[in-house]
Design a protein around this ligand. Sequence first.
Ligand code: ADP
Ligand code: ASP
Ligand code: MG
Length: 463
Amino acid sequence: MIVMKFGGTSVEDARSMKNSIQLVKRELHKGPIVVVSAIAGATNTLLSSARLSVEGKLEQATQQLSDLHERHVVVLENVVETRSTVQQILMELKKRFEELKNLCTGIAILGELTNRSLDAISSVGERLSSMIMAEGFKEDGIGTELVDARSFMVTDDHFGNATPLLDEVELLTKAKLSPHVRSNRLVVTQGFIGSTHKGVTTTLGRGGSDYSAAIIGTVLNAQEIQIWTDVDGVMTADPRIVPDARKLKVISFREASELAYFGAKVLHPSTILPAVKKNIPVVVLNSKRPQSSGTQIVENPPKSNAAVKSIASKRGITVVNVQSTRMLMAYGFLESIFSVFRKHKTPVDLVSTSEVAVSLTIDNVSRLDDIVNDLREYAEVSLYEKKAILCIVGEQMQTTAGIADRIFHALGDINVTMISQGASEINMSLVIDEYHVTEAVRRLHREFFEPVPELEIFETVEN
Ligand code: ADP
Ligand code: ASP
Ligand code: MG
């Protein structure tokens, strides 16, 4: 059994969806489970219509929803030919969009938008794309079951960024999906969405479909988890920043995790975790260029001589600088600081300490005021906003001399305000002004990858 996850661009219009259907057909002998995202842009539109509604711009919100409705109608009518099926799904679409408009009206009247309502609204994208795609498979003569992910992806009630409750998810996924797999029926389900114990819809955070796919693949012991997207694989940098970025043929779970965590959007940061547990390879593939072999993410890739494999960047970072007002680094000081972040459920990305101060970075500032208030009880606190993290990753970095020197030399006049050699020793992370990110990534890429090192793991992407 394998899992095939299709991202938004792989189902963005009828042509892409049909193409993805063909990709699944090629793999039918492997018993695929299809996990699908919303059509490209749908989640953004749904969230924006909710936000417009709470601002009282209901007309604009309704217009956006009508346009999105129309996009789905066009996809449907070009993927499915059987008239009666089209009629039936058109009715479903109409119902869903009426519900959405009613929800938005409610939000506008109350002037209140909760994370719970946002999840109810943003989950609709995946529910619609999966419904249409499932009909596309049936149209092609493939015995297909559309299974609502909310029937097995049980999560906590942290709306907007819910955590799947893995033991329960495992039992339910086996119960709901395995019988169909055993009887050779193709399962189509949604990424990104889940449900609380009480049956309230949740979402796993932006980009969460990758995570859903990895969880499903892991609990069902898949041979492989395929992530179909719009780039040839994991590359030496985000190709939107560095158009000449090279594809990596293979990287390790650890490298992929660091890259995803520090901003490589090609994978949701949690994707690799479940796969590591059972050592299931994750493969990133391009649905627009399926002939390309993609990137294999495995536990132990063959040793390579490349010290640096890829550069990631993450914007929107705030640095919190905490200076002890009491004894210099009294024992317990670090513990008190971290307990404040824990109390306010705010993850810390990087930490760097000196004799008298600790610098930490966070990207979620929703509780920052409370955090600062608590810290000020025993420390001086300063904040630096609009920062970015640059993360340079490679398993061989720990054994290669001179990398830091090359990094700083390449960055030249770009000021680095914080440095952290990852505890895992496979990465080095730097904090710079957000404003310099694009230039910094390009300079580092030039230093490490131009000209491309003549090494097995790099592959030039031909267009
Ligand atoms: P999907 O909708 O298929 O999940 P995403 O937009 O979430 O696709 O992720 C793919 C995008 O990730 C690419 O278009 C690319 O711009 C971005 N990206 C960022 N860093 C990298 C990287 N190192 N390698 C490949 N793509 C990257
Ligand atoms: N559709 C969701 C999003 O745009 C989930 C995903 O694409 O993975 O964030
Ligand atoms: Mg994604």
